[in-house]
Design a protein around this ligand. Structure first.
Ligand code: AMP
Ligand code: MG
Length: 408
């Protein structure tokens, strides 16, 4: 990767720090929000055979942006605008560092109304319909529960015992729900002081959608934005599609996905961030019905047209578990879903099977969510080639450390 003619001006104390390799540990996007203002670092910008790329290194997370067929000056302008957008999101969306969202949460707790901005209002509206559509599995009003579990921190791993059932029940009994939020213009309020917004399960999807929309408004129609492995793309990489490699833990790839034009590919996992108590792990995705972390599903990957939908439902699919995910897929009319269990077995919809090009040996089970509850046919395992079986690895479209994906 050569130095780029694309000029992006370093800003802030940590700007200019260069990372030698993109192979860094990536964490989900929510963790890029806490530090965007403080240490947003553009680590690389390059031009290569018609491709302009920029990498924003934020809080251990790499956001890769690639543009195709764009003049250097336009690419530079686009990267600068995206950087500003991320900075604004940091200011407004953080769940525990003081900002607009914490102001809203404080107002909710005190029974006051608060003024949001148009983006937060839009995300609340989308969250309300997603909460309903997922049967309450996606519920960003459970911020107090997420805080109780200790997940409002940037310092992982968290160690120590889980909260007591009494503490969990005390919050559950208050039934926080986005349905409790009233929206009038930009004014938001609730009669339920237990409602505390945590947008970590949906923010990245919204940001990726915004990025693509901004690029399009600038006349850029061939781009990919990979925010910590959750991505949205449009157009092509010249005469070939954008492609995402799917890696497996410990190195190598399990396969790849060719991006078809404008679509989003998101993955939620239960293993990246967790509380560790001796031998037990308590993942950061909480089932709003029980107040306890989701089980069963190691990761859920979904391909949809929109990042915000893909992000929200990927989280809900993890909560739904192995028995419940087809129901969520059916309710949301999701065609392309892959769910990996703790043993590395990949459960896929027929349409997802068409998209995932496996390079390794994985036990695969095709599930048609349209066929109704209990349609998972464990006897229909498709294992390619002789001598293959369950490998203990699975599909993951997140970069690095665990199941991971990268742009090809
Ligand atoms: P994701 O990586 O998109 O699945 O988002 C996980 C993040 O979403 C967590 O770190 C929490 O901030 C938040 N979260 C956890 N459980 C839920 C849930 N059931 N519904 C909505 N957001 C959640
Ligand atoms: Mg999500």
């Amino acid at each position: 990767m050569r130095n780029s003619p694309v000029s992006i001006k370093p800003r802030g104390e940590n700007w200019g720090q260069r990372i030698q390799s993109p192979a860094v540990n990536l964490t989900p996007f929510y963790f890029l929000l806490p530090v965007l203002l403080a240490c947003l670092v553009l680590v690389a910008a390059c031009q290569r055979d018609g491709e302009h790329g920029a990498e924003l290194y934020v809080f251990g997370t790499l956001v890769e942006i690639k543009l195709w067929g764009v003049a250097a000056q336009d690419a530079s302008h686009a990267f600068a605008e995206i950087q500003q957008m991320f900075q604004a999101m940091h200011r407004d969306w953080h769940a525990w560092e003081p900002g607009r969202l914490t102001d809203i949460n404080r107002a909710f707790a005190e029974g006051r109304s608060a003024t949001a901005d148009a983006d937060i209002v839009e995300v609340i509206r989308r969250s309300q319909s997603l909460e309903t559509a997922t049967g309450g599995r996606f519920n960003p009003a459970i911020g107090a529960l997420i805080r109780l579990w200790g997940f409002h921190t940037s310092d992982y791993p968290i160690e120590g015992p889980p909260p007591s059932q009494a503490q969990i029940s005390a919050l559950l009994d208050l039934h926080p729900s986005t349905a409790d939020i009233r929206i009038e213009g930009l004014e938001v309020s609730t009669g339920n002081p237990a409602v505390q917004l945590d947008l970590g399960g949906i923010a990245k999807g919204y940001a990726v959608d915004l990025t693509i929309a901004r690029l399009r408004a600038m006349g850029i129609n061939n781009a990919i934005v990979n925010a910590g492995g959750d991505l949205r793309a449009m157009g092509t990489h010249g005469d070939r599609p954008w492609r995402v490699a799917v890696r497996k833990p410990g190195g190598g790839n399990v396969g790849s996905i060719q991006v078809h034009g404008d679509e989003a590919i998101f993955t939620s996992g239960n293993y990246e961030r967790f509380r560790q108590d001796q031998a037990r792990r308590y993942p950061h995705i909480i089932d709003p019905a029980t107040g306890w972390p989701a089980k069963d599903v190691a990761s859920a990957t979904v391909i949809t047209a929109e990042g915000i939908l893909a992000d929200g439902v990927a989280t809900a699919l993890v909560v739904a578990g192995l028995d419940g995910w087809p129901e969520v897929a059916r309710a949301l009319k999701l065609k392309q879903v892959a769910v990996v269990d703790e043993n590395g077995t990949v459960y896929m919809t027929p349409a997802m099977e068409q998209r995932l090009e496996f390079t390794g040996d994985f036990k695969r089970v095709i599930v048609d969510p349209g066929a109704g509850p209990g349609s998972r046919d464990r006897g229909q395992s498709k294992v390619p080639g002789p001598g293959t079986g369950v490998t203990g690895t699975g599909v993951r479209v997140k970069c690095q450390s665990n199941y991971s994906g990268t742009l090809l």
